[in-house]
Design a protein. Structure first.
Length: 332
């Protein structure tokens, strides 16, 4: 985007004064139209422009990413009515999670980023919500075991060193000659720790010269690691009564059920062609839904479950129900 704007400025600067004032107007339109920074963490980018996410300190964790149109105003300047009148169009864009999670900055050319097209003929935009995660740290003195933990997420190693960079860490009871070298870095620690821990929820590390090349013989060393806990992405699946819900997790990960309900909590979901009487009850819950779903799916790489009274019992007779499952994929 920055480059694009610079491009515009450049083009117009090289023209006459009149063109320049026109360019300011156009530039404003471009700014308004292409990258609206709604809050520090929600970025809206009109189709065809570059979406730029960044974190000052820490790394990006995308919370949601959608493509479509749900507002008549956003990315509407200069567009014919026919391209902006449909405001019921939105699909998820998993690619943005894949490309940006764990990075400090992420620039995405939105051209052709999302396929398929959720509403042909409508001019669309990308809405991405993200947070910036800060690093956790772990220090393990030589000879000890350290544990890296992410309660609700997966480890991504940021830095790792086996050596010594100050005189105080792991200094208790040590003769001072073992603490003098504070410029001691192991060449293979980052690579080794990243390979053993990235993607896991818990990781054990052993601080020893048997694993890490000894970078400073005679100095008492420690293993210092900083890492991020990237939250698991929450997948949601909704199927209408009588349909089958299929859950899947990618290579090496398994299903962890976050929540599930067979019933109805709003009047619009699964309402197509249904009489109002079957939709009006919106406080319909099957209390053991999560247990039923978990008993069939928890810990598996894929599973399917039928949304029906025969599986869940009938929590609200006469209401047309749906099965709503939220789950994440965790390492085994
Ligand atoms: C599905 O469940 C999630 C998590 O409880 C909830 O936030 C969402 O509103 C539900 N969706 C529908 C359509 O009921």
């Amino acid at each position: 985007m920055d480059q694009l704007i610079r491009g515009y400025i450049h083009t117009f600067y090289s023209d006459s004064r009149i063109m320049f004032s026109l360019s300011v107007l156009l530039l404003t339109l471009v700014l308004l139209n292409s990258r609206l920074l709604i809050s520090a963490e929600t970025v809206v980018t009109c189709d065809g422009f570059v979406q730029y996410l960044s974190c000052g300190t820490g790394v990006i964790s995308v919370q949601s990413a959608t493509y479509g149109r749900t507002s008549g105003q956003i990315c509407s300047v200069g567009r014919p009515q026919s391209q902006i009148s449909n405001t019921w169009c939105s699909i998820n864009v998993p690619m943005i999670f894949k490309r940006c999670n764990g990075l400090r900055t992420c620039g995405l050319n939105t051209q052709g980023l999302s396929t398929p097209d959720p509403c042909f003929g409508t001019y669309k935009y990308y809405t991405t919500n993200y947070i910036c995660i800060t690093a956790e740290t772990s220090v393990t003195c030589h000879g000890g075991y350290g544990y890296l933990k992410c309660k609700h997420g997966k480890i991504q190693i940021n830095t790792a060193n086996y050596g010594r960079t100050d005189k105080t860490t792991c200094s208790q009871g040590r003769p001072s000659q073992q603490l003098q070298n504070t410029n001691c870095f192991s060449p293979n620690a980052l690579d080794f720790v990243s390979k053993s821990c990235n993607g896991l929820e818990i990781c054990e590390v052993y601080a020893t010269h048997m694993i890490f090349t000894d970078p400073c013989f005679g100095t008492y060393k420690y293993l210092a690691i900083s890492y991020f806990c990237l939250p698991h992405r929450i997948h949601s699946r909704i199927v209408c009564e009588h349909e089958t819900s299929a859950l899947t997790c990618e290579h090496g990960t398994v299903i962890h059920i976050q929540s599930a309900n067979y019933g109805r909590t709003d009047s619009s979901t699964c309402s197509n062609g249904r009489p109002p009487a079957q939709l009006s009850k919106t406080d319909c819950y099957t209390l053991n839904s999560q247990t039923v779903v978990a008993s069939r799916c928890e810990g598996k790489s894929s599973c399917s479950i039928l949304a029906s009274n025969s599986v869940f019992s009938d929590p609200c007779f006469g209401t047309f129900k749906y099965l709503n499952i939220s789950y994440s994929c965790v390492s085994k």
